[in-house]
Design a protein around this ligand. Structure first.
Ligand SMILES: Cc1cc2nc3c(=O)[nH]c(=O)nc-3n(C[C@H](O)[C@H](O)[C@H](O)COP(=O)(O)OP(=O)(O)OC[C@H]3O[C@@H](n4cnc5c(N)ncnc54)[C@H](O)[C@@H]3O)c2cc1C
Length: 285
C-alpha cells in the first residue's frame, strides 16, 4: 500500500519527468511496469512518476544495431522482429526465462536494469552483447543526455542513480549469442545465469554471481581471452581447459537457495554450454 503517497503524475516529457524526480514531495520513484515497485519499496514514497506517457516502447533495427526503448516489456523483447536470429538469442532467452508470463507482460527492460537483484537473467545477456544505455539526468537544472556502456560494478552503477533510462542499444557485430541458466523450477528465480556472445573472433562471457547484489555482475575476462585465442576453432580439450579457467575466475555467492561452491560448479557448466552454443558445438557436461 502506498500509504504515504501525496502526488501521482504522468509527465509528457523527459524534462518534466526529471524535474518531478527532484522536486518535493520526496522520496519519489519512477513507475514502469510496477512488478517490483508495487511489491516492495513503495511504503515511504510520497511521489510516484508514471512513465507511461513517455511511450519509450520502440524496438527498432538501426544501422549501428538495435535500439530498445526502456519501456519495452520482456514479452515484447521476445517477439520483436528486430531481435529474432542468432545474434540476439541471449536477450530473447533472458526475457523468456524471467518468472511467469504475467510478469513478462508487465516488466520492462528499464525497470529490470534499475532494480538491483542478484537473481537476474537480463544483465548477463546485456553485458555479453556489449549493450549501451541512453540515459538522461538533470544536472544543475539542465537536462543532460549520456550514452554509457552497460554498467558493471559499483562505481559505474552509481551513474544510474537519479537517472531516467531512455533506451538500451545493442551494437551490431555479434554473430551469435547464448544464455544458459538454471532455476529450481521453470518459473523460479535463477540460481545461476551465464551469457556468451561472439563478435568475429572476440568472445564475451558474463555471469551474475559474484556477490549478493546486481552490482556484482562481472565479465569473465580471463576465460574470454582464452576462448578468443582459439579464434573460433575450439581445440580437442577445450572443455577441460575452459572449465579450469572458469572455476578459478568465478567467485559466486552462497545464500539460502544454493551454496557458493554449488553455484561455482553450476556456473562453469552453464558457461561451457553457452560457449559450445555460440560455436555450434554439442552441449555436453
Ligand atoms: C512474481 C514475481 C516474480 C519476480 N521474479 C523476478 C526474478 O526472477 N528476477 C528478478 O530480477 N526480478 C523479479 N521480479 C521483480 C520485477 O519483476 C523486476 O524487477 C522487473 O523487471 C521490474 O520492472 P518494472 O518495469 O516492473 O519496474 P517497476 O516495478 O515499475 O520499477 C522498479 C524500479 O525501477 C525504476 N525504473 C523503472 N523504469 C525505469 C527507467 N526507465 N529509468 C530509471 N529507473 C527506472 C523505478 O524507479 C523503480 O525503482 C519478480 C516480481 C514478481 C511480482
Amino acid at each position: 500500500m502506498y500509504l504515504a503517497l501525496e502526488d501521482y503524475s504522468r509527465p509528457q516529457s523527459i524534462e518534466a519527468c526529471l524535474r518531478l524526480l527532484q522536486q518535493p514531495p520526496q522520496p519519489a520513484a519512477l513507475l514502469a511496469g510496477g512488478t517490483d515497485l508495487n511489491v516492495r519499496g513503495h511504503e515511504e514514497l510520497r511521489r510516484v512518476i508514471d512513465l507511461q506517457a513517455l511511450a519509450m516502447t520502440e524496438i527498432e533495427a538501426l544501422e549501428g544495431g538495435v535500439r530498445i526503448g526502456a519501456g519495452s516489456t520482456l514479452r515484447e523483447i521476445q517477439e520483436a522482429p528486430a531481435l529474432q536470429g542468432a545474434p540476439h538469442a541471449a536477450l530473447r532467452e533472458a526475457a523468456a526465462a524471467f518468472a511467469n508470463v504475467a510478469i513478462q507482460n508487465r516488466s520492462t527492460i528499464g525497470g529490470r536494469i534499475a532494480v538491483e537483484r542478484p537473481d537476474q537473467d537480463l544483465p548477463p545477456a546485456l553485458a555479453a552483447l556489449g549493450a549501451r544505455l541512453q540515459i538522461y539526468r538533470l544536472i544543475n537544472g539542465v537536462v543532460e543526455e549520456q550514452v554509457i556502456d552497460y554498467p558493471l560494478g559499483d562505481a559505474a552503477r552509481a551513474v544510474l542513480r537519479g537517472a531516467l533510462i531512455r533506451a538500451v542499444e545493442i551494437p551490431a557485430g555479434v554473430t551469435r549469442s547464448a544464455l544458459r541458466r538454471l532455476g529450481r523450477t521453470a518459473v523460479d528465480r535463477p540460481l545461476a545465469t551465464v551469457a556468451a556472445a561472439r563478435a568475429g573472433e572476440q568472445v564475451r562471457i558474463a555471469a551474475n554471481l559474484q556477490g549478493p547484489g546486481a552490482a556484482d555482475l562481472r565479465r569473465l575476462s580471463r576465460s574470454e581471452a582464452l576462448v578468443t585465442e582459439w579464434r573460433g576453432r575450439l581445440p580437442e580439450n577445450w572443455r577441460s581447459r575452459l572449465r579450469e579457467s572458469l572455476l578459478a575466475e568465478l567467485n559466486p555467492y552462497g545464500d539460502a537457495f544454493a551454496g557458493g561452491e554449488y553455484r561455482r560448479d553450476l556456473s562453469a557448466t552453464l558457461a561451457l554450454r553457452a560457449v559450445a552454443a555460440i560455436h555450434g558445438e554439442e552441449e555436453t557436461g
